[in-house]
Design a binder for this molecule. Structure first.
Ligand code: IMP
Length: 184
């Protein structure tokens, strides 16, 4: 595999992600059935796409989905400044929105999106994230559905990148330190 030389360790395997997506899909199905609702899934580009695809097929509800691209990162660091690069095509007014994220780190990105969607009239906004990095949090944000918790390390794969690379790795891993040093 081309990236083998760059990967220090694998944190979560493809099989573990598939299994987790099934669990989360089942739980989401049950919760929204209880609410008598089907959520509008909003996937945040580009990192959440592989997880979104894995999750969506495991939600047994008449869901719709849309995409939004919001950026706050330069290299490995959150700039704290949110830019909308691609907006939703769908109205969220009176909808139950389920935001799909790859990883919640500082929480700033998702918090800004939540505020925006409520401002636009969403009935509810919940979060499902493949990874949670609670050590990075600078606010009180809690995701409603979490796949795996990771420590204070920068991860790549299954949608997550370092300078746009490694998104297509089928697992989640940590790169060797020299990969960050030479390319940032
Ligand atoms: P937050 O606003 O700091 O929570 O940033 C969330 C976004 O930053 C995620 O959707 C990712 O795109 C990116 N991000 C945060 N931590 C990592 C990481 O460890 N690897 C890759 N991307 C990350």
């Amino acid at each position: 595999m081309w990236a083998e030389k760059d990967v220090e360790k694998v944190l979560v395997t493809e099989e573990q992600i598939e299994e987790k997506a099934k669990e989360l899909g089942k739980q989401i199905t049950e919760d929204y059935l209880r609410m008598n609702s089907a959520p509008l899934l909003v996937a945040l580009l580009r990192g959440s796409v592989p997880f979104f695809s894995e999750l969506a097929k495991n939600i047994d509800l008449d869901i719709e989905y849309d995409f939004m691209d919001v950026s706050s990162y330069v290299g490995r660091h959150s700039s704290g400044e949110i830019r909308i690069l691609k907006d939703l095509d769908t109205s969220v007014r009176d909808k139950d929105v389920l935001l799909v994220e790859d990883i919640v780190d500082t929480g700033k990105t998702i918090q800004s999106v939540i505020e925006l969607l409520y401002h636009r009239g969403a009935r509810s906004v919940k979060i499902v994230t493949l990874l949670d990095k609670p050590s990075g949090r600078v606010n009180h944000l809690h995701a409603d559905y979490i796949g795996f918790e990771v420590g204070n390390e920068f991860v790549v794969g299954f949608g997550m990148d370092f300078n746009q690379k490694y998104r297509c790795l089928p697992f989640i891993g940590v790169l060797k330190p020299e990969c960050y040093q030479t390319k940032e």
